[in-house]
Design a protein around this ligand. Structure first.
Ligand SMILES: Cc1cc2nc3c(=O)[nH]c(=O)nc-3n(C[C@H](O)[C@H](O)[C@H](O)COP(=O)(O)O)c2cc1C
Length: 228
């Protein structure tokens, strides 16, 4: 359902990570307009380091199949591109990560003890939550943290523009666990590194997984005012 208030503030509040989509197809012309506007995203030195592969239909299915084959191999099948979280994550970040996971699974009625149920739901990630379109965001491996931050700005620009056009999305760094598999399937060489997927489609607004309030830290935890 298109959000009605399309101010930047309205779009920021309307956007959320959507984890259930309808099977309604997405018009490629709409996506082209969105990517055109997202080119206005800022980047240090105007490098515009983001490189993007957008898939639907068979090519998208090919990625899902390739990754499913690696998942079937167990841990051996994983080819992580980078550490998704710091290995030594501490408070307050551990709490925030745990909190959002608990809220997500609670929305699905899957208790903490049901490890198999939670894992099964997590694996929906590798079907892109049945989104009709998948976008993979990658860049040259020579890029460093500043350029990765540029990719984030591009990604958020796209996500807000999608909201403006009545579409929904879920950023998905989980694909980086099978980064080399994804890259091989996309025909990208080792000179590229996969940052994230972005599942794109129309939100299933009835799905409970799309309806829970996603918490945020209070401003006092993140902003330190000086001299005001
Ligand atoms: C770069 C990036 C990667 C993410 N990867 C995943 C993912 O692999 N799977 C998932 O379910 N959510 C993923 N998320 C969504 C976050 O969990 C979500 O943004 C956060 O909990 C805040 O919720 P909101 O996006 O609904 O506001 C990712 C978000 C970002 C920004």
């Amino acid at each position: 359902m298109p959000a009605t208030d399309m101010s930047v503030t309205g779009a920021l509040h309307a956007r959320r990570s959507v984890r259930a989509f309808t099977d309604q197809a997405v018009d490629p012309a709409l996506l082209e307009g969105i990517f055109g506007a997202a080119q206005r995203a800022p980047s240090g030195g105007n490098l515009q380091p983001w490189q993007v592969t957008v898939l639907t239909g068979e090519p998208w299915q090919a990625v899902k199949d390739a990754v499913a084959a690696r998942i079937a191999m167990g841990r051996e099948g994983q080819e992580p591109e980078y550490d998704i979280y710091p290995r030594a994550l501490t408070e307050p970040w551990t709490d925030r990560r745990f909190g959002v996971g608990e809220a997500l699974y609670a929305s699905l009625g899957i208790p903490r003890e049901d490890k198999a149920g939670r894992l099964a739901r997590f694996m929906d990630n590798y079907r892109g939550f049945n989104a009709p379109v998948m976008l993979f965001l990658h860049c040259s491996r020579i890029m460093g943290p500043p350029q990765w931050s540029d990719m984030g700005m591009w990604l958020q620009s796209v996500m807000l523009l999608l909201v403006e056009h009545g579409l929904a999305s879920c950023p998905q760094e989980c694909w980086a666990m099978y980064g080399a598999t994804v890259r091989r399937t996309l025909g990208l060489d080792d000179g590229q590194i996969l940052f994230s997927g972005l599942a794109i489609g129309y939100a299933d607004t009835d799905a409970a997984v799309n309806r829970w309030p996603v918490p945020r830290a209070p401003l006092g935890e993140v902003i330190d005012w000086k001299g005001f």
